[in-house]
Write a protein that binds this ligand. Structure first.
Ligand code: NAD
Ligand code: DAU
Length: 331
């Protein structure tokens, strides 16, 4: 099988490529990545020559057409992915997440190529803390931020291209990922690398906001289940019942790193900050027989702390610029 992976030099995409090459030696993998601030060629170093990296933009129609023509399956991870950045400057989110997805959809339509679209649970908006409900594939779209609204727009384009043009596509909406190779702008790696630098972790607002954490490897096994056994045109929600509030996550990181669990600071809250996400993955589990490999958030987090301790050479080049951006926002 010839696989085209967009955004394969980013966090989830690079982990997807590592796992795919490790577990499926018959694959031929091409990565298309613009190598923005969030993409790093060195994230693909563990797979060496097994993968071809093309440095380019998903909105570059002639390039995308050529690469799609050479692929059997396209998995579209590339995106602007960080909510805080989308609040400071929404335009790259519209360009990459909406126009980029449109460009890929037109190419897979021309070539009749199988397409899997990676999306987020944030398209559903947020839930109250005391609401027993979780997101299901039937939950109405209600995105809050420029990031989540552009992801919602991209999902709707996919649905329309399936219905109007018969494109062979599936969509997955996953909850918050953690694991190796995640940019230090994101919550968990930011706090781990702060502690490694002797800086106190920063909790937005009260820290009562809840995220539904899933290890990136579990996200990616689910993506393969959908590529292989998913029903064309369907949406699958990916989550591993990992709801934890932000305050507890920070305390756990501090404990795992041998620090006092209250050695953190509260900082300015994110405008429009979603309160809670929670995924009901019944369809994925029952229809496709998927189960997560990572049993415990604590163990996965401890392994992630170890990875950042051992890989300072990977994250150090990102750290100062990231913290300078946060300092301007008082966060
Ligand atoms: P990331 O920011 O770590 O990586 C994004 C990658 O896309 C980078 O390598 C970047 O260089 C590349 N890219 C950006 N713009 C591009 C363009 N115009 N053309 C080609 N490449 C471009 O993001 P991530 O956290 O790995 O997220 C990957 C996907 O998963 C996104 O679609 C995101 O919406 C989705 N998602 C993320 C999470 C999460 O918790 N991180 C959860 C659910 C869904
Ligand atoms: O739910 C899936 C989404 O998860 C993905 O679609 C996004 O691409 C991904 O970035 C993530 O979005 P969040 O906004 O939830 O992730 P982030 O890591 O930015 O923040 C997680 C929580 O931690 C959120 O409630 C904000 C809070 N936070 C974040 C940072 C960076 C802090 O309290 N302190 C921080 O320093």
């Amino acid at each position: 099988m010839r696989l085209l992976v967009t955004g394969g030099a980013g966090f989830i995409g690079s982990n997807f490529v590592h796992q795919s090459v490790r577990e499926r030696p018959d694959l031929r993998v091409t990565v298309l990545d613009a190598l923005t601030y969030a993409g790093d060629e060195s994230s693909l170093a563990p797979v060496g020559d097994a993968v071809t990296l093309v440095h380019g933009d998903v909105a570059d129609a002639p390039l995308v057409d050529r690469l799609v023509a050479e692929a059997d399956v396209v998995v579209h991870f590339a995106a602007e992915s960080h909510n805080d950045n989308s609040l400071s400057d929404p335009w790259p989110f519209v360009q990459t997440n909406v126009v980029g997805t449109y460009t890929l959809l037109e190419a897979v339509r021309r070539h009749g190529t199988r397409y899997h679209h990676i999306s987020t649970d944030e398209v559903y908006g947020d839930l109250e803390l005391d609401d027993p409900a979780k997101f299901t594939p039937e939950t109405p779209y209600n995105p809050s931020s420029p990031y989540s609204s552009t992801k919602a727009a991209s999902d709707l384009l996919v649905r329309a291209w399936v219905r109007s043009f018969g494109v062979q596509a599936t969509i997955s909406n996953c909850s918050n990922n953690y694991g190796p190779f995640q940019h230090v702008e994101k919550f968990i790696p930011r706090q781990i690398t702060n502690v490694l630098d002797g800086v106190r972790p920063k909790l937005y607002g009260t820290g009562e906001n809840v995220r539904d954490w899933i290890h990136v490897e579990d996200h990616n096994t689910a993506v393969w289940a959908i590529i292989e056994r998913g029903h064309i045109g369907d949406t699958y929600l990916i989550g591993a019942d990992g709801e934890v509030d932000n305050k507890t996550v920070v305390e756990l990181i501090l404990e795992l790193m041998g620090e006092s669990p209250d050695a953190y600071d509260h900082v300015n809250d994110r405008p429009g900050h979603d309160m809670r996400y929670a995924i009901d993955a019944t369809k994925l589990r029952e229809e496709l027989g998927w189960t997560p490999r990572y049993g415990s958030f604590r163990d996965g987090l401890a392994a992630t702390v170890d990875w950042y301790r051992a890989n300072e050479g990977w994250w150090r080049p990102q750290k100062d610029a990231t913290e300078a951006k946060y300092a301007q926002l008082g966060r």
